[in-house]
Design a protein. Sequence first.
Length: 278
Amino acid sequence: MNKQLKCNGEFVTIHHKKIHIFRQGDLDKPKLVFLAGSATVAPVYDFKVLYEKLANDFRIIVIEKFGYGYSDIFESSCDIDTIVSTEKQALDMIGETKPYILVPHSMSGLEAIRWKQKYPDDIMGIIGIDMATPLAYRSWTDKRVSKMIKMIEIANKLKLYKIPLLYPLNNRCLTKNEIIQQKLLMNRNAFNQCYMNEGKELLHNVRIVSEHGTISCPTLLFSSNGKQIDKYWVKSQKEFAELMNAKLITYDCGHYIHYYKSNEMRTSIINFVNKLKQ
């Protein structure tokens, strides 16, 4: 690891490689486990604008998968079952007790659904931040995925991640040192091979989640206006909410909802979890 990188969490070793986990808050409080969206270079800083507002009421856990944040980058399998079992193993290794409330952003919504399918007793609720579901990928084809991967490869060669508007970072609520760390992680992680492999496995992972059916789990969904994704996004969010009998809150904002609506989200999350505890 770059000597300038100074993590704020702890590491566990799986497959001889390190995964970084950040923890904050009392052990006896409900556990929120944050799962990063695809290609988020520094999840522990990306989510801070939201979790710092929740830290007094919850135990906060941020898992940084291989290729994300301070975790190692290596040619790991990116099929959905391997990702979920690795995340579960990481939490077991640091001694966190179940159940958890998963807080997935974007594509990690597939991980949250699969986690509940594979290990139902682990999960007491899901709070989706513009989370992806199999319904969101109905119109996707192998050709579209291949085109996406090709564009990422070109962007990497041209180092387009250095253009702020093309690869925005969350600086809200970060200290000066955290902003520096986030930039270092962007330079190390942007468009790395783990992200590429996740993209290549996307439709395969969607099929696995779809084949194992609908889950039964208390769910709160936050949806963006979909303009940064595609024209079917909001429709798929509504359909999934109906399928899950979930509360859906839609904001007229971009895909990283927590950048813009963290105060409103905090209130909704506390109310949702209070009902779970009743």
